[in-house]
Design a protein around this ligand. Structure first.
Ligand SMILES: Cc1cc2nc3c(=O)[nH]c(=O)nc-3n(C[C@H](O)[C@H](O)[C@H](O)COP(=O)(O)OP(=O)(O)OC[C@H]3O[C@@H](n4cnc5c(N)ncnc54)[C@H](O)[C@@H]3O)c2cc1C
Length: 287
């Protein structure tokens, strides 16, 4: 029988770590899933001077966090969530090649500050996709563009090329498939009439049926269907609950200020709220 965690925490940043640390001390059975523990936004900070009891550069901050993680025995599972679905009282978190189940979820996926492509929002679900595994097969025999906004997506590109006639890839890398065409231009806009028809790049327009935007962070509503957002941010209550029962959000993903201390605080609050949710769920089941 598949294992059902109490809580799945998605996102390897400070908010996710704080949630996992709190869940561990609360005795919850948790999964902490992310691409890297204490990612770029910790390591690349030039100098941290506004986090209680720490002053120093990002590398040292990451080392201090890692030392604490090891000391406290907080487990980290590497993976990128590509979809979160709810059936009755159980959430399924689909990662690239694994699915996890949990009674509650804390979303700590941060925000992608790299800016939106013109037309991206308009065509989301109408040719613009964030998930190669979910939507790749829809483009069998078709021409697609793949825009990699960060490194580490070459597997996804190869996967897409299994289906596509031609995959125009923006963002570098070397690939095995012969139908992958690396493109040097900078993508500027997605255009079409009701559905995606072309990707406009600097100096050239590509006629395509789909555009895959592969990023470290996807807009939260694209990850979790039915989640209430105000654009890039999840709408949360004081206890960091969302409009979906048992699903909480913490850190940058809930809005400004984008700061470590706020993210850590929210991770803790969300962990406690998730624990209360689980206790209430157990009570309901008993009666
Ligand atoms: C250069 C720089 C310097 C900064 N300096 C400071 C500073 O000095 N002081 C300060 O207070 N703040 C600073 N900040 C802001 C701070 O980094 C953020 O507020 C903080 O990191 C937010 O933490 P978070 O956990 O909410 O999100 P993030 O740190 O963004 O973590 C989210 C994580 O979730 C992962 N993720 C996203 N989607 C998925 C998915 N689908 N599946 C799995 N994982 C996923 C991402 O890869 C990422 O690792 C700085 C930011 C930058 C960019």
């Amino acid at each position: 029988m598949e294992h059902i965690y109490d809580v799945a925490v998605i996102g390897g940043g400070i908010a996710g770590y704080s949630a996992a640390l709190s869940l561990k001390s609360l005795g919850a059975d948790y999964l902490w899933l992310g691409e890297t523990a204490f990612g770029e936004k910790v390591k690349k900070s030039e100098y941290v001077r506004n986090y209680p009891a720490f002053v120093g550069d990002g590398e040292r901050f990451a080392e201090a966090l890692e030392a604490q993680r090891e000391r406290e025995g907080v487990r980290f599972t590497r993976g990128r969530a590509v979809g979160v679905f709810r059936m009755k009282d159980v959430y399924t978190v689909s990662a690239e090649d694994t699915a996890y189940t949990a009674r509650s979820v804390i979303l700590c996926t941060g925000v992608d500050l790299r800016g939106n492509l013109t037309g991206e929002r308009e065509f989301t679900g109408r040719g613009v996709s964030y998930c190669a595994v979910c939507d790749g097969a829809l483009y069998r025999g078709k021409d697609i563009a793949v825009v990699m906004a960060s490194d580490g997506f070459s597997e996804e590109v190869e996967y897409l090329a299994d289906f596509a006639k031609t995959a125009y890839v923006f963002g570098g890398g070397t690939f095995r498939h012969k139908n992958i065409v690396p493109c040097g231009e900078t993508p500027r806009a997605v255009e079409g009439n009701g559905r995606v028809e072309r990707l406009v790049a600097d100096g050239k327009t590509y006629k395509v049926d789909g555009v895959f935007l592969l990023r470290a962070a996807v807009p939260p509503a694209a990850l979790v269907g039915g989640l209430k957002t105000d654009g890039a941010h999840v709408v949360v209550g004081r206890d960091l609950s969302t409009n979906l029962g048992g699903l909480f959000a913490a850190g940058d993903v809930t809005g400004l200020p984008y700061q470590y201390a706020k993210a850590a605080g929210e991770g803790l609050v969300a962990a406690h709220a998730a624990k209360r949710y689980l206790s209430a769920l157990k009570q309901v089941k008993k009666t």
